[in-house]
Ligand binder design. Sequence first.
Ligand SMILES: C[S@@+](CC[C@H](N)C(=O)[O-])C[C@H]1O[C@@H](n2cnc3c(N)ncnc32)[C@H](O)[C@@H]1O
Length: 270
Amino acid sequence: MGHDKLRKFAENETFPCLLQPSADELLRDGYFALRDHQVKGHWGERFANPDAPLVLELGCGKGEYTIDLAQRDPSKNYVGVDIKGARLWKGAKYATEHALGNVGFLRTRIEFISAFFAPGEVSELWLTFSDPQVKSENSRLTSPVFLNRYCRFLEPGGLIHLKTDSQFLYQYTLAVCRANGLEVVAASEDLYADSDRFDPCLTEVQTFYETMFRQQGYPIRYLCFRLMPYEEYFVSPSDFNPDYWRAIEGHRTLFGRDTAETRRQKMKGR
Ligand SMILES: C[S@@+](CC[C@H](N)C(=O)[O-])C[C@H]1O[C@@H](n2cnc3c(N)ncnc32)[C@H](O)[C@@H]1O
């Protein structure tokens, strides 16, 4: 491991706003059964205003978006979640140095998220430039598998915001909403072209990937939907054609480099 990463990991241990649970804290008897973390139901105690609504960003990377939202709206508490410690280091360092009392970070896999938040503890959720996972539905952060996890801690009717460059993930998520009767509060296939329809904050605050994709000329898609309390499990959409949308997605080039899918498409075309 690089020297710089080791330095960041060591510094991460000193940031009070960053929670990095060990596997032992999470895994019952060392293996797959998750147990609740002690912070569950107690997030308020980590912030200056314990009673403020809690907003999560899943897959926050370096945490710029979490921090920017938190600085603009001190009436809410914000937690950014990511698995990569070297990325979280940047946000956690900034929040510590600027004594931000409404920002926290959690280093964990999103798959484990329901071990950390109690029913109704979270009021809103942001999914920012999540991997579209074109081949594995259950890995998509808006799949029924993940919605079933979120509704264990998102307050009834809580909003989920999706910002993405991916037409595949955007269309898939719309189909999931249709299949489960979830209210779509706002939707745009080109947020910046439609910006007059939305709160200026949506385009003024940008994630790291959002800025990169915009520089490459990709439209940014935005979807906001309401997660209602469930009586049964959420279901997969039957009217979503993954092959069709995968083909469109396959021709994408990421930051000037071909994705594996793009390379395959080009080889086929030769
Ligand atoms: C494409 S980046 C987007 C980062 C940031 N949201 C942005 O827009 O700049 C996706 C992030 O999600 C994180 N991630 C992906 N899968 C994850 C998982 N299962 N659990 C936790 N983090 C995950 C990655 O580490 C990465 O930082």
